[in-house]
Design a protein around this ligand. Structure first.
Ligand code: ADP
Ligand code: ZN
Ligand code: MG
Length: 492
């Protein structure tokens, strides 16, 4: 808590739904086409053109709602939100207002404060009230070129106009920037998981606005809020909130007042600046869209959508803990992406060892994947091959240490563990005569340490194990080394 001040945040997320065509016409939603190539009389807003609702947008909207644990209203109404802007040729956006697709939900997320290095301290559950999830169309894009005051050109690209969006609004339930951060990541993953949206903030198909205010701890009344935009990543959003909270507290503590306004985050300058004040706020004059009938969603439709959805991440995490005996952090990380969870389950089938497989993925494979910027689905090591590697270790054909080197080689070459082990002549030495020989040498070379050990300095045992492993160039079977070493050090 900030010196007696409490942070209050509410979030608005716009997510583009992954349909092939727009929400009210048949134009493609493809990204990167020639400007204005994907337009027609409907999305250009030409007089007399009529919208027709895209059924797929409703399906994906339903997936989004269900993935967030929200219920879907049997009837919702499209409404016109009127404002003038060049990227909105109709002069209004078709959205939803007082009867949205979904309302009054609650979502449980996992969240943690972070230490100075940005590492989570302790994860805990937190409930966030979702005010509404409604469906609407996206606007086009204004593109500016040239230098201000010299030569400035503005263009309009309407390819994005009419792309379906789900807008998800929360109650002001976040109490820190990290809670907001964890929530946006939760929503992103849920939407990606069920295929509702690509939810990529850098590509702009998930956009986030943060409403921020502060109040004295114990106060009921909410403080003056500021709306933050231009948040191009979850981390930027978190930083923008931190900046804004500090600015609010400083302003109030020095006797200043805050104005309700919209501010933009400038990542280079690491600060926010005013975009518009409340006086410039729009009166949208909402009214029901006369060209579209009420949207009726039957329970059967919702049930069909639900049936077609994959197992949700939270369910899968709990199942991993139960079925495979994994810890919470292991299971959580393995469901951070759907393809990683799939990878894990296939690898376990091949290895027969769920815990070791979780460890190998978390400590070794993910490091390699991260270093080369690949996802689990793109891993040069197939899950079957990883499983086979773990089997070789469990069967004591190679040591764990050798396994780590083999994994790096597998990642580099895409070869199987078996063929690398053969090529490099790797074998784990479990032969007791050979190991005994090494142990005798090590003991003979370290008489002082041996004396200390015998007079009670137990910790020196580890030193001897290390020496033997080193002398065997990592090839000795550690289990055999332990057994033989203990026997020899006590008796001889
Ligand atoms: P507006 O009409 O300005 O968009 P809303 O009441 O619709 O305002 O709220 C928009 C978002 O701002 C919601 O997520 C809501 O939870 C949040 N919010 C409202 N008041 C505050 C406040 N005082 N501090 C922080 N967030 C707030
Ligand atoms: Zn169109
Ligand atoms: Mg708003």
């Amino acid at each position: 808590m900030n010196n007696g001040w409490e942070t209050i945040i509410g979030l608005e997320i716009h997510a583009q739904l992954s349909t092939e065509s727009k929400i009210f016409c048949g134009c493609a939603t493809r990204f990167g086409d020639e400007p204005n190539a994907n337009t027609c009389p409907v999305c250009l807003g030409l007089p007399g053109a009529l919208p027709v609702l895209n059924r797929r947008a409703i399906e994906l909207g339903a997936r989004a709602a269900l993935a967030l644990g929200l219920s879907i209203n049997q009837q919702s109404i499209f409404a016109r939100k009127n404002y003038f802007y060049p990227d909105l040729p109709k002069g209004y956006q078709i959205s939803q207002y007082d009867q949205p697709f979904s309302a009054n939900g609650e979502l449980e997320i996992m969240t943690a404060e972070r230490d100075d290095a940005g590492h989570p301290i302790e994860w805990r559950p937190k409930k966030i009230r979702i005010t509404r999830l409604h469906l609407e169309e996206d606007a086009g894009k204004n593109v500016h070129e040239g230098l201000p005051d010299v030569a400035r050109f503005s263009y309009i690209d309407l390819n994005r106009a009419g792309v379906p969006l789900a807008e998800i609004v929360t109650e002001p339930d976040f109490r820190s920037s990290w809670e907001a951060y964890d929530y946006v990541n939760h929503v992103r993953r849920s939407l990606q998981w069920v295929g509702a949206s690509e939810a990529d903030m850098e590509k702009g198909n998930l956009r986030c606005e943060a409403n921020v205010s502060v109040r004295r701890v114990g106060d009921e009344k909410l403080g003056t809020k500021v709306e933050l935009k231009n948040l191009n990543s979850v981390r930027f959003m978190q930083r923008a909130i931190e900046f804004e909270v500090a600015r609010h507290i400083k302003t109030l503590e020095t006797g200043g007042t805050l104005t309700q306004e919209t501010r933009l985050w400038d990542e280079k300058a690491m600060k926010t600046r005013v975009m518009r004040s409340k006086e410039e706020a729009h009166d949208y004059r909402y009214f029901p869209e006369p060209d579209l009938p009420p949207l009726i969603v039957s329970p059967e439709f919702i049930e069909r959508v639900r049936q077609a959805m994959p197992e949700l991440p939270e369910h899968r995490r709990d199942r991993f803990m139960e079925q495979y005996g994994l810890s919470y952090p292991d299971a959580s990380q393995l469901v951070s992406e759907r393809t990683l969870g799939d990878y894990y389950e296939t690898a376990v089938e091949a290895s027969g060892n769920p815990r070791a497989t979780a460890n190998w993925i978390r400590s070794e494979l993910l490091r390699e994947l991260e270093a080369s910027g690949l996802s689990a689905a793109e891993s040069p090591i197939s899950p079957q091959n990883l499983g086979a590697l773990i089997r070789l270790i469990d069967e004591e054909k190679i040591s764990g240490k050798q396994g780590k080197d083999v994994l790096v080689e597998m990642f580099r070459t895409g070869k199987s563990a078996g063929s690398i082990v053969e090529e490099q002549g790797l074998v784990q030495v479990s032969d007791t005569t050979e190991i005994d020989g090494i142990i005798d040498e090590v003991i003979a070379a370290n008489p002082t340490q041996l004396d200390s050990y015998r007079s009670g300095k137990e910790a020196l045992f580890g030193f001897f194990v290390g020496q033997v492993m080193k002398a065997s160039k990592g090839k000795a079977n550690p289990k055999v080394v332990n057994e033989r070493l203990r026997a020899k050090m006590q008796s001889s």
